[in-house]
Design a protein around this ligand. Sequence first.
Ligand SMILES: Nc1ncnc2c1ncn2[C@@H]1O[C@H](COP(=O)(O)OP(=O)(O)OP(=O)(O)O)[C@@H](O)[C@H]1O
Ligand SMILES: [Mg+2]
Length: 415
Amino acid sequence: MNRVPSVVISTDGAVVADLKRCGEQAGTVDLVLEFAIPYRELTEPQMKKIRLASPRLVFIDLDDDAPTGCKVARYLADSHPEALIVAVGSAVPSATLVAAMRAGVSEFVEKPISQPAFDEAVERLSRKLAPSPRERAAAEGKVLFFCGAKGGAGSTTVATNFAIHLHRQTGERVLIVDLDLTLGEVALYLGIEPRYGIVDLARNLHRIDEGLLASYIATHESGLDVLSAPFDPDEGRGIGADEVGRILEFLRGVYDWVVVDASNSLDARMLAGLRTAQEVFVVTQVDVPSLRNIQRVRRVLKRVIPERSPRVLVNRFHPGTDITLKDVERTLGLEVFGTLSNDYGTIAHSINTGEPLAMSASSATGQEMDVLVRKVSGMPLEPEKKARWQLKLPSLKRRDADVTARPRILAGAEP
Ligand SMILES: Nc1ncnc2c1ncn2[C@@H]1O[C@H](COP(=O)(O)OP(=O)(O)OP(=O)(O)O)[C@@H](O)[C@H]1O
Ligand SMILES: [Mg+2]
């Protein structure tokens, strides 16, 4: 076991010294914060320090005003569930011990703290110390970043439908993040209107855990989880580049796949998002301005993520145009990774009803998406069972707490 970051709150100098000595001796516990003050003097600045330190163990002293100590334990157990609370004390009455356990204390070590008693307590606790989201974030999940070669290329259409297919085909946990923080439309395309989203997550990033994250996520009827951009463009302005990077790293620790629909502006926030990505997809149509933009964007990508080549997805493709796919590949020096047909009728219907095309029975675009997902997820390229395509899902299952009715929008004219 690595040395776990720990905090001690005790006015007894011997407790702090003993915990330090025992933790160092056994190589199990690292005291990162010490508060030698009475519980009543613990206010928001100290609590903030504790949250920022993300301790896995918090030692409290029941010889110091036990009733207030229990309140502190309850507060920490609720606000920082990643930490286990350990009480220390001498000749503590059993009623106090019971109250402490009810407040969320997991272990008790008698004073003066001996090495064997300390080691046994840590050993018992180690079984309860599951890896924290932060620890898991280092190893898990893939961030798939979708951006358009220019406005209206189809990034949101492709990303949302791709995410639904990915979830359906792999059965794994998939989240779509709307990183178009100004005018994001993912929720609209999915026919949901979440009350909370990425702005709330950014505001609470200092204390985020899976439980809190769940309150900012809406779940689409397909099972796809959605982290929405704000409705009000002003709200998205407050999110910084650093926060974008931290948010995506955290989400990668929770989900198997994090599909990002990015905005077309390559500002610092998008670059921070790109740095977390395992795959970057540039959605484009076959026209000269789009291909020229991809060449321009590639320069930035080479600088920011030199180890990855973008995957080109040709959207609204129809054979027989002046510029062929071979021309596209020659011009860009990149393979075309996938194509999605021009299918205005299906897609306009999908957007206007909030029913993604991934759901529409046997649509050509849906089947193309299927192939694309298989390529990305590494699943064999064999046709899905027909029955799956004929699935007609009932109207949206809304999570009462965070989803409200979606207004219908008017169908636009075909461009
Ligand atoms: N394969 C397709 N066939 C026909 N129409 C499509 C297709 N893909 C997208 N569209 C249409 O193109 C328009 C733009 O699509 P979308 O909003 O997905 O693009 P975007 O790149 O996300 O745009 P923005 O730059 O505004 O974020 C929409 O009206 C959509 O209906
Ligand atoms: Mg978009």
